[in-house]
Design a binder for this molecule. Structure first.
Ligand code: GCU
Length: 360
């Protein structure tokens, strides 16, 4: 057994490729069934189910800045309205495209602020990418609001499996995608969803349940993101139960508090839902709370889903990565940046390198 296999064995993970009836996933059809099972575990015991009411969405452009970034781009200010028979909500986002864009790839960036791509929009545009930027707090506030703000109101809250904030935010991002897919200036085959930290967790929840995203990028997403829970260091389920993050998940998730080994899934299940599309995970050496090793092992543990579908999957190395190493060969890309918990230009640079290499 090689080194990574041994490391994974120590984690005592639930088997990704074993169907609930005990048989092994061998074919594409088997994987489709397994995929459905995994979606059930993750919806029931982790992120919760999305709104189960009929809703209608419409999108309005409220303002256009024709010559943003010194004339390099156009920025549209949009409002996405969501209506059901019982409630109504709206969140704004911006869409910035290079001037005269024809079928450009874009980043759907889950942002902590209204600043486009955290303030480095120009550098991204210069690489030929558009940016749909949404400030997550506009979708539903990130504090203990008992789901009374933003789109949280669209669902009767039950203590078991109704949507947590990760699901609310990621569901909203899928509604943005509905709109972006209709836009002829955008290459519908090259829409990446990306986020950092709690928004990396959100990006994964979005990409996992919406196969229209060609690439999902998780930056230092840690616990509840790309990091395996079993034998993880740093943040644990107990920490996520704190008031700041409790509502990110559904109620059932916390049945596993103090019983991590009993979780019906681990994060390689979430990562594997991206197969055979592209997934990019980045970690930072000093981000002990997120735990880079558990993120790296998450990628290795998800790899069999890609292999079973005839793809390369994760082409890493048989050992933990060194600071500065990047693995860009497979459909699962990974890099470990030197430094602390932060979305740096270096992360963006490597992600863009990966996108260009894979044309995704
Ligand atoms: C906290 C939280 C993490 C989260 C991070 C962030 O540290 O414990 O789970 O990823 O905030 O979003 O910055």
């Amino acid at each position: 057994m090689n080194f990574l296999e041994q490391e994974l064995k120590k984690r005592k993970l639930p088997s990704l490729m074993t169907l609930s009836d005990g048989s092994q996933v061998q074919t594409t059809q088997d994987w489709e069934i397994r995929r459905g099972e995994i979606e059930t575990f993750l919806s029931r015991d982790f992120v919760g189910y999305a709104v189960r009411l009929g809703v209608k969405t419409t999108c309005e452009t409220v303002r256009v800045e024709e010559h943003s970034y010194g004339g390099k781009a156009v920025t549209e200010y949009r409002e996405l309205h969501v209506r059901s028979d019982f409630s109504e909500g709206m969140f704004p986002f911006t869409l910035t495209l290079p001037e005269g864009a024809k079928k450009v790839p874009i980043f759907l960036f889950l942002s902590f602020t209204h600043e486009i791509a955290g303030g480095i929009g120009e550098e991204i545009l210069d690489q030929g990418y558009g940016i749909a930027n949404v400030c997550y707090q506009d979708i539903a506030a990130d504090y203990y609001d008992e789901h009374q703000t933003g789109l949280g109101r669209f669902c009767t809250r039950n203590p078991y499996d109704s949507w947590g904030k990760l699901k609310i935010w990621s569901w909203a991002v899928s509604r943005m995608l509905d709109v972006l897919l209709e836009d002829e200036r955008i290459d519908e085959k090259k829409i990446a969803v990306m986020g950092h930290s709690r928004l990396g967790k959100t990006a994964l929840a979005a990409g996992a349940f919406d196969s229209r995203f060609s690439l999902t990028v998780s930056c230092q997403s840690g616990a509840g993101g790309a990091a395996l829970f079993r034998k993880k260091s740093g943040e644990q389920i107990e920490n996520l139960y704190g008031k700041g993050s409790r509502l990110w998940f559904d109620g059932n998730f916390f049945k596993f508090l103090g019983k991590t080994e009993e979780l019906s899934f681990d994060q390689h299940f979430l990562l594997a839902l991206m197969a055979p599309r592209h997934l990019y995970v980045c970690s930072a050496t000093e981000d002990a709370w997120a735990d880079p090793s558990s993120e790296y092992l998450g990628c290795a543990a998800a790899d069999p889903a890609w292999k079973c579908l005839g793809y390369k999957g994760f082409v890493g190395k048989d050992g933990y990565p060194e600071a500065g190493e990047a693995f860009h060969e497979g459909e699962i890309g990974y890099h470990l940046r030197k430094g602390t918990h932060y979305l740096s230009r270096e992360d963006w640079k490597l992600i863009i390198e990966y996108r260009k290499k894979h044309q995704v």
